[in-house]
Design a protein around this ligand. Sequence first.
Ligand SMILES: *[C@@H]1O[C@H](CO)[C@@H](O)[C@H](O)[C@H]1NC(C)=O
Ligand SMILES: *[C@@H]1O[C@H](CO)[C@@H](O)[C@H](O)[C@H]1NC(C)=O
Ligand SMILES: *[C@@H]1O[C@H](CO)[C@@H](O)[C@H](O)[C@H]1NC(C)=O
Length: 413
Amino acid sequence: MCHNRLKPRSVFLIGFGIGFFLALLLLLAQNLHYAYHRTPGHSSRNNLLGWFLSSTNTETLFQTWKQSDNTTYNELLKDKGLKSRELDLDSYLYGPKSETELEADWLKSQVDITCVVFVKKIKLAKAIRDTWGKRCNRIYFFGRKKDSDVPVISFDVKLTSSWQLLCEAFTYIWRDKPRLQWLLFVKDETLVIPENLRYMLAPLNHTQDYYLGHAVVLWGQAYNVADAGYVISAPVLRKLIKKFDSSEKCLVGGKYWKQEDYYLAKHLASMGIHPSDTRDQYLRGTFHGYSLQSLLWGVVKTGVYWNRALYPIEKECCSFTSITFNVAEPDKMRTFNYLLYHFHVLNMKAAFGRKQAARIVPEEDVWKIALKDEFNITYLQDISSDAYYKIWHAKYSEPEQLINMNYRSKDNN
Ligand SMILES: *[C@@H]1O[C@H](CO)[C@@H](O)[C@H](O)[C@H]1NC(C)=O
Ligand SMILES: *[C@@H]1O[C@H](CO)[C@@H](O)[C@H](O)[C@H]1NC(C)=O
Ligand SMILES: *[C@@H]1O[C@H](CO)[C@@H](O)[C@H](O)[C@H]1NC(C)=O
């Protein structure tokens, strides 16, 4: 049992959103000047900036937690007898090597995520494999294109709908790895931040039914849209497998290409499983079917995604603990990964060089150091220059004597 192994130990809070926020800051940096010199609240852009600049340090609370056990992440840690504490990222990254376990690493061992990617472009699959794919506990690629480099799994049966592909993928994963906790399904045009997903999932009981994502209501059916990615817990997969236990059943489960997310919700609803609310306490979204750039500056919020949202997004754009975004080009995916996980800005936390710079010691300070060495005087702050003189003159008649004796003699030997 994992509880036994979990003897109380420190888990360190790195702040899941740090990387994400850093990227946001980069995007915002060029606009800050603008924001500070205008009265806030005029345009929506100013509102947005005001929003970003506020409440960055508070704990993120998800609506999903309320709907289940009503346990927050911090309460969960407390219940397990664990204590996290803030880490000085500068010394963690650039100081002496330490044995510190980061909270994100601890979570990876606790909250098991199986990532499932539906591939249209091999280049995107490669970018995912090289970037966020590594942060899943395991990853599967499904699609119709074969590649020698990325192991894209395809099926022998003739596929007539995207639901059928999804359904066959369920069966494949079930047979390959029956003991799972959570499954995340995304298209290849998606950037995932698994660390943030684990934070959301940690307080939830993976032996119960969950269906998480960005839910909209269409033709009376609430479903999590595939563009934003969605998550199910293992028992949900088990129920699906029970219902669709053959390729024939998969075939008749959905008719049209492209509506697999809708069909999935329909089948789940028939089993009493419905989408949960994945917004944070400010009612900002976490699963996004749009690019960050359009969410921040461009998107016209008129589509079904917005006006049929089951849990409407109240504030502009995104939770600081967001989980998915749309990124449609492989090089952008790699750039985002670099910004989120590797990029440092010199004036920010955990940036290389955020130490006091080395400087030349002024001549009078050299004398202070000499006095300390010579006379063991440490209360140097209060001593006048006259007093300095008297102290060393009591011992040495001329300054040269001291210098020659103590600081030059070794060189002359
Ligand atoms: C959840 O917790 C909050 C605050 O701790 C409380 O106000 C609320 O009533 C709780 N809801 C349920 C369903 O227990
Ligand atoms: C999780 O849910 C199951 C029932 O589905 C229950 O038996 C178990 O005690 C729960 N675990 C926790 C940690 O609450
Ligand atoms: C220097 O002074 C401190 C107290 O001010 C004393 O504890 C220490 O032993 C002294 N060191 C030497 C080398 O005299």
